[in-house]
Design a protein around this ligand. Structure first.
Ligand code: 0L1
Ligand code: MG
Length: 260
């Protein structure tokens, strides 16, 4: 894929994100044989464009970290994307007009105290390099019609990244057993899904370790100060106007937002 094609496809996805207008997946018509490698190259171009627009990266994130999502997509490895500063929700409400068809999922985020550079990083090393963990609600919003995509499509689309609400409870990782923290995701007081931290690759720290090892293949590393979304402990649930969305994570209290 040449530079012009990469830029055209990144611009196609960025326009859909800016206009809040869903599009047909890239592999349906534009590039049926898109490979995972090419998809990450499109994602990199999209990320560079956002940086040139003055946005800054809060941290990379992991997606497709649950067995169910990996089986559904027929993959053995999760994917990553990037969360930008303008995706972080500052108040306690979001506007439906900022999204196409948002879904929320409950996650644990890691705030790194040290750089982490692969290869061969383990979950234990990640815990040693992590300053704090916080609860988070990630709002994913695929730019593709009906969330209909193949693996390369969703990689190119920055792993459906759109927004994130961070909770205010901050804990040191050693204060919790992150693999057994029980988590519920409720909408308007009704539990829509639940899980335990182990749903994320056995332990959320394993997700950060895998991310460090995947980035190493590109000559990149995780950096101190980055906030890493580790992947959904619960499934992703569609949200609509009027909803009050709340995730409760044992020991990390709750994180919530309303949809206007
Ligand atoms: O954060 C995530 O797990 C999203 C990964 C992309 C798959 C999706 O949009 O459902
Ligand atoms: Mg996620």
């Amino acid at each position: 894929m040449n530079a012009h094609e990469k830029e055209e496809l990144a611009a196609f996805l960025l326009e859909a994100e800016e206009k809040k207008q869903d599009v047909v997946r890239i592999t349906a018509e534009k590039r049926p044989n898109l490979s995972v490698e090419e998809a990450y190259a499109i994602q990199e171009t999209l990320v560079d464009t956002k940086r040139k627009q003055g946005k800054s990266v809060v941290g990379p994130k992991m997606g497709l970290t649950s067995k169910a999502k990996m089986q559904q997509m027929n993959v053995e490895e999760p994917i990553y994307g990037y969360i930008f500063d303008d995706m972080v929700v500052s108040g306690d409400s979001i506007s439906m007009s900022s999204f196409i068809h948002p879904k929320a999922e409950a996650e644990v985020a890691f705030i790194l105290g040290e750089d982490i550079e692969g290869p061969g990083i383990s979950g234990a090393q990640v815990l040693g390099a992590t300053k704090y963990v916080v609860p988070a609600l990630e709002i994913i919003d695929s730019r593709y019609e009906n969330f209909n995509f193949t693996l390369p499509d969703v990689i190119a689309d920055n792993a459906s990244s759109s927004a994130v609400v961070f909770g205010t409870t901050v804990k040191k990782p050693e204060e919790l057993e992150l693999d057994v923290i029980g988590t519920t995701l409720s909408i308007n007081g009704e539990i829509k899904d639940l899980g335990a931290g182990a749903a994320v690759l056995g332990h959320p720290a394993n997700s950060v370790a895998m991310l460090a090892n995947m980035l190493h293949r590109k000559g990149q590393k995780l950096e101190a100060g980055q906030i890493i979304l580790t992947g959904g402990i619960t499934g992703a649930v569609p949200v609509s106007v009027g909803d009050y969305v709340e995730a409760s994570l044992d020991g990390l209290h709750s994180v919530h937002f309303s949809v206007k």
